[in-house]
Design a protein. Structure first.
Lengths: 163, 82
């Protein structure tokens, strides 16, 4: 399962089961790119402990169609807000193990401030608006991960430091 | 009208989608109330805040939003990706 979308000439958004290669993603942000002086990227990994229990793996479900649309919207909003040039956003779905990569967000820009902020913004909005759901396997069985207030509150910083 | 469910809500309701007889257009609040009537045992899971709603694959926060015939409507728990 793979869905790849171009939101412009320079952006890449994918929802896929397959793993990704950070070196390849970094190269895609950097290659033939003479105007940018900054690349910032974030990777999210499957953690062993979550919400008080030992986790042995997880399954990621999504809403095909809406997920890609939501990610395009978030990347589009970030591009409207900061002078960023390239964005690469990959989110995996399906069955994952401890330490597996879940998500990659990479942003290039002329200067670091915009790249840092846009990368952070994209992750904060992805956590709240993109329809993905994690189901963890623990010693007590499977459980759906609960959404956290701190993730919701993370959006506040983008709503107040703006004007 | 057909309504899609995802993740924990899909499992708790025991179906990935259901068909509800309702005259359209109708507000999101009306559709939510009809859904609660259809699944009285799981009413608390379907309230605003517990179950998010999307119309045509857009997240909708306004319970007065209008749903027309042919719209794709989905309900699901708060998201937990990333």
């Amino acid at each position: 399962m793979s869905a790849e979308t171009n939101t412009g000439t320079e952006h890449y958004i994918a929802v896929q089961q397959a793993d990704f290669d950070v070196a390849q993603e970094y190269a895609a942000l950097r290659n033939n790119n003479r105007c940018d002086g900054a690349v910032v990227f974030f990777t999210g990994l499957v953690r062993e402990m979550n919400q008080g229990s030992a986790v042995s793996g997880l399954t990621l479900e999504h809403y095909p169609g809406m997920t890609e649309k939501a990610l395009q919207q978030i990347v589009g909003d970030a591009c409207a807000r900061w002078p960023i040039n390239r964005v690469r956003l990959i989110h995996r779905v399906g069955t994952l193990e401890i330490s597996d990569q879940i998500v990659f967000v990479g942003v290039s820009s002329s200067h670091r401030e915009a790249a840092f902020d846009a990368c952070y913004y994209i992750m904060d909005y992805l956590k709240n608006r993109a329809p993905f759901w994690k189901k963890e396997v623990t010693g007590q069985g499977e459980r759906w991960v609960e959404a956290l207030d701190k993730d919701k509150q993370a959006l506040n910083k983008w709503q107040t430091c703006d004007d | 009208m057909n309504i899609l469910f995802f993740a924990a809500l899909r499992e708790q309701l025991g179906c990935a989608q259901c068909d509800i007889a309702l005259p359209l257009p109708a507000s999101l609040a009306t559709v939510r109330a009809a859904l609660i009537q259809h699944f009285p045992q799981q009413a608390d899971l379907l309230t605003q805040g517990r179950a998010l709603a999307a119309i045509n694959q857009n997240l909708i926060n306004d319970e007065n939003a209008v749903i027309n015939s042919g719209d794709e409507v989905a309900f699901f728990p708060p998201v937990t990706g990333g």
